[in-house]
Every structure is written in C-alpha cells, then in structure tokens.
Ligand binder design. Structure first.
Ligand code: HEM
Ligand code: HEM
Length: 206
C-alpha cells in the first residue's frame, strides 16, 4: 500500500532553502563595495547553516544522517549505469549519484565561506581572494548539475523531489518514515538567522 511518509525533517528543509537564499543573495551582492556588508552577512549565515548541517549529519533523523548517504564508488558507478539505461533503483533519501552532489555542495560551501572570512582580513593575499571567487564559480557549475539531477530523478521516478524538499513527505510502499519533524529546531534556526541579520548589518532593511 502506498502511503505518505515523512522523509526530510524540518531543520534539513530549513537548512536547504535558507542555504539557497544565502548563497543566491551573497552571489548577487558580491560585486559591489556598496553591498559588502550584506554579502558578508549572508556569507556568515551560510557558514552557520553549513556548520549546523555538519552536526545534524551525525545527530539528525534517519535520512539526514551522513551514514544514510555514504556510498562506495562501486554503488555510485552502478547507479550511474542504471540511470543511463533509464532504470535506476529508488532511494527514499539521497541516491548514490545525488549524494555526490550533496557532499560537493557542502564542502564547496564551507571552502567558499572560509576563504571569504580570510579575504576579510587586512593582510588577505590575492591568492585567497582569487580562490574565493574561483570556488564560487565551481559551485555554480555543481548547482547546475544538482538541478539537472533533481529534475532527471523526478522524471525517472515520477515523483516531485522539489515538493518533498518543501513538505518533507514522499509517497512510498513502506513504513520507513521518520518519527519526529523537529519543527521547534527549524523555527529556532529561522529566528537565529533573522536576529543575526539585524545585529550584523548596519541598515538591515536596505
Ligand atoms: C563568511 C562568508 C563570506 C565572507 C566573509 C566573504 C567575504 C568576501 C570579501 C571580503 C570579498 C572581497 C574580496 C576583495 O576583492 O577584496 C568577497 C568577494 C566575493 N565573494 Fe565572498 N564572502 C563570503 C561568502 C561568499 C559566498 C557564499 C559567495 C557565493 C555566493 C561569495 C562570492 C564572492 C564573489 C563571487 C566575490 C568576488 C567579487 C568580485 O570579483 O569582485 N562569497 N567576499
Ligand atoms: C544555492 C543553490 C543550492 C544549493 C547549494 C543546494 C544544495 C543542496 C544540498 C546540500 C542538498 C542536500 C540536503 C541535505 O541532505 O541536507 C540538496 C538537496 C536537494 N535540493 Fe538543493 N541546493 C540548491 C538549490 C536547489 C534548488 C533551486 C532546488 C529546486 C528547485 C533544489 C532542490 C533540491 C532537492 C529536491 C533536494 C533533495 C534531493 C533528494 O531528494 O535527494 N536545490 N540541495
């Protein structure tokens, strides 16, 4: 029997969509000195979100845990082959190929934020600043692949993955859903981001 089961807890979803806003905003505001303050604030917000995600990867709910999407190279290649034949296996959490983009996005995001903080220092070298910009461009490429992957997987399995990342639910013939959504933690994350924004930025409303 197909039923609706909860797969993504609230903190994972809040992390995902705030990360999209923080990255998108930091990118759009990166190229003018006038918006430096906003750029840095959005960067710090992304850094905070990523650090939270690292912790949640160990103590979070089933499908948010790193151990649930830690695949070996053989599984990744097998999934890629099956995908090319149009018959990839179905995973409730991240699939083996999707997991590669998740690892890359988290690591690149962290690298960009660390080199960003280093760029803020008075004695920042041009090399660090260049790496900050370069990593951003690499990340844009990985995001494009991420979006193609989400679209392909949604079509192949006839399931709307974007909707699942918003509502947390998937339809499945199993009872292996998570038990707790941790709404309070998601709300706390949103509150922390808003408070940080209003304390860090000089003119928070623009
Ligand atoms: C804590 C996080 C971050 C901090 C503190 C930070 C800080 C900075 C600083 C100080 C610069 C200016 C470097 C200079 O030319 O002197 C810069 C440039 C830049 N940042 Fe960030 N950044 C952060 C996160 C991000 C993120 C998440 C992105 C991607 C969306 C990003 C994209 C860029 C780009 C593309 C430039 C180059 C702009 C140009 O070519 O003029 N940064 N950042
Ligand atoms: C700045 C741009 C983006 C970044 C950095 C990003 C990053 C990520 C990360 C790290 C995950 C793993 C979630 C987790 O386990 O915590 C993920 C999953 C996901 N993202 Fe994004 N994402 C971006 C944009 C988008 C956009 C624009 C969409 C849809 C329109 C999207 C749809 C999804 C979906 C559906 C999943 C779940 C995939 C699955 O079911 O395995 N992402 N994304």
């Amino acid at each position: 029997m197909i039923r609706r089961i909860l797969v993504w807890d609230v903190p994972t979803r809040v992390f995902h969509w705030l990360q999209v806003l923080a990255f998108g905003g930091a990118y759009l505001l990166a190229f003018s000195e006038r918006f430096r303050d906003y750029h840095d604030a959005l960067g710090y917000i992304l850094l905070g979100l990523l650090v939270f995600r690292l912790v949640w990867g160990f103590i979070g709910t089933r499908y948010a845990r790193f151990s649930s999407f830690l695949f070996n190279p053989g599984e990744i290649v097998a999934y890629l082959r099956a995908m090319l034949k149009g018959k990839p296996g179905h995973y409730l959490g991240h699939n083996p190929v999707g997991s590669v983009s998740v690892w890359l996005l988290i690591s690149l995001g962290l690298f960009i934020c660390v080199t960003g903080v280093m760029s803020l220092q008075d004695d920042a070298s041009d090399r660090v600043i260049d790496m900050h910009g370069l990593a951003t461009n690499v990340m844009l490429g990985v995001i494009a692949l991420h979006l193609i992957g989400v679209l392909m997987s949604s079509i192949l399995h006839r399931e709307n993955l974007v909707r699942s990342m918003i509502t947390g639910y998937k339809s499945a013939a199993t009872e292996q859903g998570i038990q707790r959504a941790y709404l309070w933690l998601g709300l706390l994350m949103i509150a922390a981001v808003v408070i940080f924004w209003f304390t860090y930025v000089k003119h928070p409303l623009g």
